[in-house]
Design a protein around this ligand. Structure first.
Ligand code: PLP
Length: 465
């Protein structure tokens, strides 16, 4: 399996190369050269397989000869063995055709664990025994930081520097990062807000003194291996709801378009998906793009669903590339237009291609709270605000006699206050993370300057040869 950049001008890589590179050198994103497909019989044969064994069947064609099947199986069992539910991503039924797929049973209670737990192991597998080391630098407003830190803590060949804005992440989120004491984990509280931290990360990538010495890698960047790992749960859920004999629909709380793009990949691989609903909050650039072809940046509004407060959806480029005939030159030109103007139009081919599979909804704070109350009162389920956005969209877009599955992306205890405001119920942290408040914390606080943070990274990272 070979990987090509959406902008057509970066080297073609194998799976190992694409995993370690993250972003392509031409600014594009790596996608498989062709989509592998599963026959109806092959999909039907997934019924009854464990999550980890399903993952092996779905991911093997993407891995090519970079891992043997046994190696991949070992990694999947290690990654998913750390989840607190035997089913890894269990389904919960809400009413006749509304379902939840709970993706938050990983170590940091966020759906990002599903992909990052595997990615951490892949990094280690591909770096062990080489001179290469990765220095991961990221900024987080909460969830990505803890999931990435947990995934690479103690792993060989990788150091991680995670910047969070001092005082702007919740105590649970901060402790999930700062109580990880592995020597390759470096938490930095930045005296500034998230945008400042994010801008510092970008500056560090462009600073030769750092970029030439260390193999810098970004977790916020859009690593193909993360998406590949997310394709698995679409198959896993669909075969449990009658697939491939019956189509299933999914509703996906969306920010960077990664999770829902994985659903698109599942569909391209042959899984019968009746509809993929892209659910946004009031930051609705994707909803506008999918309803009338207008992909234009607005101002980010802060909401109760911070992981979806996004005005540029990096992974959308992968969809536009695939629907636009996989023309790297044309895709590069379309993205250059967007960078220059903050706006672009989808082509007819892109709009029509998307219309066949995608629905979209913009859900405001009131409708989000209403969905939380509905789940609580009608089905006795407490859902987090992000999941509630997806659920509200699912209830608007449901099709007769087709089960619709909302992806539940975070544990409600990560967002207790918003949940309590909407439902009156106060979810508690699961016992396994319950001693979070007793654990020792370790982090440094630095001014938001390149001099301070760059020096800190240079002093603590290990060069790549
Ligand atoms: C990251 C995240 C999302 C958005 O997922 P994308 O892949 O960026 O679309 C939704 N909900 C939660 C809780 C998240 O952490």
């Amino acid at each position: 399996m070979r990987y090509v950049s959406t902008r057509g001008a970066a080297p073609v890589l194998d799976f190992r190369g694409a995993t370690l590179a993250g972003l392509a050198s031409d600014g594009g994103l790596y996608v498989p050269e062709t989509w592998p497909t599963l026959s109806t019989d092959e999909i039907a044969a997934l019924a009854g397989l464990s999550y980890a064994d399903t993952a092996v069947r779905i991911m093997l064609p993407f891995v090519g000869d970079c891992l043997t099947e046994d190696e991949l199986r070992g990694l999947c069992h290690a990654a998913y063995g750390r989840f607190s539910h035997v089913a890894v991503t269990p389904l919960v039924q809400l009413d006749h055709d509304q379902w939840l797929l709970e993706l938050f049973h990983g170590p940091t209670l966020a759906f990002k664990d599903v992909a990052l737990q595997l990615l951490g192991l892949l990094f280690e597998r591909f770096l062990t025994g080489t001179d290469k080391r990765l220095t991961i630098i990221g900024a987080t407003s909460g969830d990505t930081g803890s999931a990435a830190i947990d995934a690479v803590a103690g792993r060989e060949g990788v150091d991680i520097f995670m910047l969070h804005p001092v005082g702007r992440v919740s105590e649970v989120q901060r402790r999930q990062m700062t109580t990880v004491l592995a020597p390759n984990v470096h938490n930095i509280a930045i005296e500034g807000d998230f945008d400042t931290a994010q801008a510092l990360v970008k500056t560090m990538f462009a600073t030769p003194a750092l970029a030439d010495t260390f193999a810098l890698s970004a977790v916020n960047s859009i690593n193909w291996a993360r998406l590949m790992a997310q394709v698995v749960y679409y198959f896993y859920a669909a075969v449990r709801l009658g697939g491939p004999g019956k189509p299933v629909a999914f509703s996906v709380p969306t920010g960077n378009f990664g999770d829902v793009f994985a659903g698109y990949v599942a569909s391209r691989m042959g899984l019968p998906i009746a509809k993929l609903v892209v659910a946004t909050n009031v930051n609705d650039i994707l909803h506008r793009a999918l309803t009338n072809g207008d992909y234009s940046r607005g101002l980010v509004e802060q909401t109760a669903t911070p992981s979806m407060d996004i005005q540029v959806s990096s992974n959308f480029e992968r969809l536009l590339f695939d629907l636009g005939g996989r023309d790297g030159k044309a895709q590069a030109a379309q993205m250059a237009g967007f960078d220059a103007d903050g706006a672009m139009r989808l082509t007819n081919a892109q709009q029509q291609g998307a219309a066949g599979l995608f629905g979209s909804e913009r859900v405001d704070g009131d409708d989000m709270a209403m969905a939380m109350r509905w789940a609580h009162e009608k089905a006795g389920e407490i859902v987090d605000p992000h999941t509630a956005i997806g659920l509200a969209a699912a209830r608007r877009q449901s099709l007769p006699d087709v089960p619709i599955v909302t992806l539940a992306t975070a544990h409600p205890a990560k967002f207790v206050d918003a949940v309590e405001r909407a439902t009156g119920a106060r979810p508690t942290l699961p016992a396994r993370v319950g001693d979070l408040f007793e654990r020792e914390e370790r982090y440094v606080t630095l001014p938001a300057t390149l001099a301070a943070v760059g020096d800190y990274v240079a002093a603590h990272a290990r060069p790549s040869r």
